[in-house]
Design a protein around this ligand. Structure first.
Ligand code: PMP
Length: 477
């Protein structure tokens, strides 16, 4: 009792120095983490958690190769901008090799927000126009310019007045959006954007660009119809605007089959922003575009952007993705999660939808399948239960906080995925039984279904090899 009282006091001291606006996971009982390794985090009591939240720890928490690269470079050279270094040149080359033409130049910056702000400046400098189309419920960063195009934030702010240069397109959501259960949803959502442009032109406004994630994580893991971006990009370009892809969460191999999510939709954006995974936790981000667009900007200065330490770390991240075949793992383990959740969906009254791309997976929790009404209550209960009873970290996110969102480190294994789906199923059943006051739902535990029977759960040889490689790191840890 004494120990837990001290622990509470300790947490309260930490909390007292943070502004209330500072968001935390598990707000009613925040966790104090002290260390992490691979796909696991450890709290101050030494409890191990399986991490389904940290997309930043892309190649695994505290990967020894990343740590070593940073330490070595920090001891050799860490300089202000304005000097040429081999490590920066090499990083730019290696990063750009993952992009198709004409995306052959990169600005290196320090955060996703900085990258998106620069993307807006580039779009405006190139087109000489001002207006931006964003997607409803999007989040693009914490700078003033980006709150303006982040409906997920500004809709919650009292007295916020949307700027005239911002146009909000509907989320291309086929589960609960304005065009659901319909044929040609991609075409219908693209027409909405065409209407926005016509309306803007009628008001003497000109479109500089369209920005969105390629699978809208912050909007609740919305995977647009496959033809959506092709149609939108052509409409926006036809109106003289540029297309910006925010790949800050989805990029650098997370979608499995490609380096970048835009490749899944078979489009090439004019400007791409990337961040979170690039430094595996070390702050670094980038804007990738063509020379034609980049050269319109005039001067660009960033004290820390592209500093040698960040670039050395970034290079090691690219090496690890390649050496440990993490894209292949993202593909097969992501499929395993998706198929696993799809298999238990019919067993649960509160599971509305399962969707995702690679290791970006979302499960909609609803009050009932007919109404599709979001259930923040059940999603939150499930998130806390997974943490407390199963030691698994899964956020309930999205505009209604009802989408269980999984963006784990790419070293997540098929076993982790199976365990997670099994616990998810069991704990959700307990919640549903508790809500109904009786035992009505079924679960894997009933023996009705075995996860090994699900095709997606089978690991493929690449991911086995990837897991074997990581096991070798265990030996040197
Ligand atoms: N874009 C997206 C899609 C994001 O998810 C985030 C961060 N959650 C950002 C931009 C902003 O990145 P940062 O917090 O590194 O500034």
């Amino acid at each position: 009792v004494h120990g837990s009282k001290r622990k509470l006091e300790d947490l309260n001291v930490l909390l007292s120095r943070l502004p209330k606006s500072c968001k935390l996971h598990f707000e009613s009982a925040p966790v104090k983490m002290v260390r992490a390794s691979k796909q696991y985090m450890y709290d101050d009591a030494g409890t191990e958690y399986l991490d389904g939240i940290n997309n930043v720890a892309h190649v695994g928490h505290c990967h020894p190769q990343v740590v070593h690269a940073g330490q070595q470079q920090m001891a050799r050279l860490s300089t202000n901008f304005g000097f040429l270094t081999d490590v920066q040149g090499m990083y730019a080359k290696r990063l750009l090799e993952t992009f198709p033409e004409p995306l052959n130049v990169c600005f290196l910056v320090n955060s996703g927000s900085e990258a998106n702000d620069l993307a807006l400046r580039l779009a405006r400098a190139y087109t000489k126009k001002k207006d931006i189309i964003c997607v409803d419920n999007a989040y693009h960063g914490n700078l003033g310019s980006l709150i303006n195009i982040s409906p997920c934030r500004f809709k919650k702010m009292q007295d916020f007045v949307k700027e005239d240069w911002v146009h909000v397109a509907p989320v291309p959501d086929v589960y609960r959006g304005i065009h659901r259960d319909t044929s040609n949803p991609g075409q219908k959502y693209a027409t909405e954007v065409a209407k926005i442009i016509t309306h803007a032109h009628a008001n003497n406004r000109q479109i500089a660009g369209y920005i969105s994630e390629l699978t809208m994580t912050n909007a609740g893991v919305i995977k647009p119809p496959i033809d959506y971006f092709k149609l939108i990009y052509s409409i926006v370009r036809g109106a003289g605007g540029v297309c910006i892809a925010d790949e800050i969460q989805t990029g650098l191999g997370r979608v499995g089959e490609h380096w970048w999510a835009f490749q899944h939709f078979d489009v090439v954006p004019d400007i791409v922003t990337c961040g979170k995974p690039m430094g595996n936790g070390h702050p670094m981000a980038a804007v990738v575009t063509s020379h034609q667009i980049a050269d319109c900007l005039g001067d660009f200065i960033s004290t820390y952007g592209g500093n040698p330490v960040a670039c050395a770390i970034g290079l090691s991240v690219l090496d690890i993705i390649h050496n440990e075949k993490l894209m292949s793992a993202a593909k097969s383990v992501g499929r395993c999660l998706l198929e696993g959740f799809k298999a238990i969906l019919p067993l649960h009254t509160t599971m509305g939808d399962v969707r995702g791309l690679g290791m970006v997976v979302g499960v909609e929790i609803v009050t009932d399948k007919e109404s599709r009404k979001p259930s923040k209550e059940v999603a939150e209960m499930l998130s806390y239960k997974l943490k407390n009873d199963a030691r698994m970290l899964v956020a309930n996110d999205g505009p209604d906080k009802n989408v269980m969102t999984l963006v784990p480190p790419l070293c997540f294994t098929t076993d982790n995925a199976k365990q997670l789906v099994t616990k998810f199923d069991k704990l959700l059943k307990e919640i549903e039984d508790g809500l109904l006051g009786k035992d009505t739902s079924k679960s894997i535990d009933d023996g009705k279904i075995s996860l090994d029977m699900i095709s997606g759960i089978e690991s493929d040889s690449d991911s086995d090899e990837s897991e074997a490689k990581r096991a070798r790191y265990d030996d040197v840890d």
